[in-house]
Design a protein around this ligand. Structure first.
Ligand code: ADP
Ligand code: ADP
Length: 228
């Protein structure tokens, strides 16, 4: 489903080029549950941003299903991003002035649903992540774990094929983090592809595959038992 071929990414900072990624190649099949690990600054977030079309590679080819992402216009890239990918970030990235419900409804504007339909779907998703009693709360009234569950409901709102999670438990207690991992595992069992950056070896051990990045290069790619 996802196929990276010889991906390179350079950031221009003033007169210098920072090579964040060099010659990264790997494929991810539909329904896989993958951990990306590696030292800080090794390029893990950059890979996630390229996979989710939040950023584009400076060299190489990215194929997503039948699309060659590298050749598409910004508009076509945005359409594929909204339709196929959901994102979860370490810092939740919710809109603080909107309720949980409104945060989850927001991305659905692209999907051509009426407002009542969006409300209904957002409500169902919030129930699924265990927030039936928090729908009208703003993020500041919620714990970190609850905010991340809102973010998961938001990430699922357009029925994505792939969830990209960048250290989703990095700002949470062990218990709250465990609940987030269990939610991701639930959606994985339903067939959602999950790619998660994590520093936590026991979380990585529960996935089906660990991709290690070092200095912007693919260091190892190991399949394992996983949680299914
Ligand atoms: P990781 O997620 O593994 O910590 P990143 O992908 O965030 O690593 O960063 C990889 C490298 O690219 C680092 O050297 C980082 O400083 C650099 N980098 C990331 N984003 C930018 C940016 N927007 N501008 C310049 N350099 C960046
Ligand atoms: P960190 O990994 O340092 O905790 P975040 O996970 O909050 O940072 O965000 C990582 C990167 O993703 C940032 O560079 C941010 O600009 C970008 N980003 C965060 N949220 C979104 C979003 N909803 N859409 C597009 N880009 C985003």
């Amino acid at each position: 489903m996802v196929d990276l071929r010889h991906i390179g990414k350079a950031y221009k900072v003033g007169d210098t080029n920072i090579e964040a990624l060099r010659d990264i190649s790997f494929s991810i099949g539909r329904g896989e549950y993958v951990a990306i690990m590696g030292p800080s600054g090794s390029g893990k977030s950059t890979i996630l941003h390229i996979l989710g079309i939040l950023d584009t590679a400076t060299s190489g080819t990215y194929l997503f299903e039948k699309y060659d992402i590298t050749t598409l216009s910004d508009r076509e890239q945005a359409r594929i991003r909204n339709r196929h990918f959901g994102f979860i970030f370490q810092r939740f990235n919710l809109f603080s002035e909107l309720s949980a419900m409104e945060n989850v409804m927001l991305p659905m504007g692209y999907a051509g649903l009426s407002k009542p339909q969006r409300k209904e779907r957002a409500g169902e998703l919030l129930v699924e992540v265990g927030l039936e009693n928090r729908m009208n709360h703003r993020p500041t009234m919620l714990s970190g774990g609850e905010q991340q569950r809102v973010a998961i409901a938001r990430a699922l709102s357009n029925g994505p094929d792939v969830i990209l999670a960048d250290e989703p438990t990095g700002n949470l207690s062990t218990d709250a983090g465990e609940e987030i991992i269990q939610l991701l595992e639930t959606f994985h069992r339903r067939g959602v592809t999950i790619v998660m950056v994590t520093h936590n070896p026991s979380q990585a051990a529960r996935t089906e595959r660990i991709i290690q990045i070092k200095d912007g290069r693919l260091h190892s790619d190991t399949r394992q038992g996983g949680s299914r």
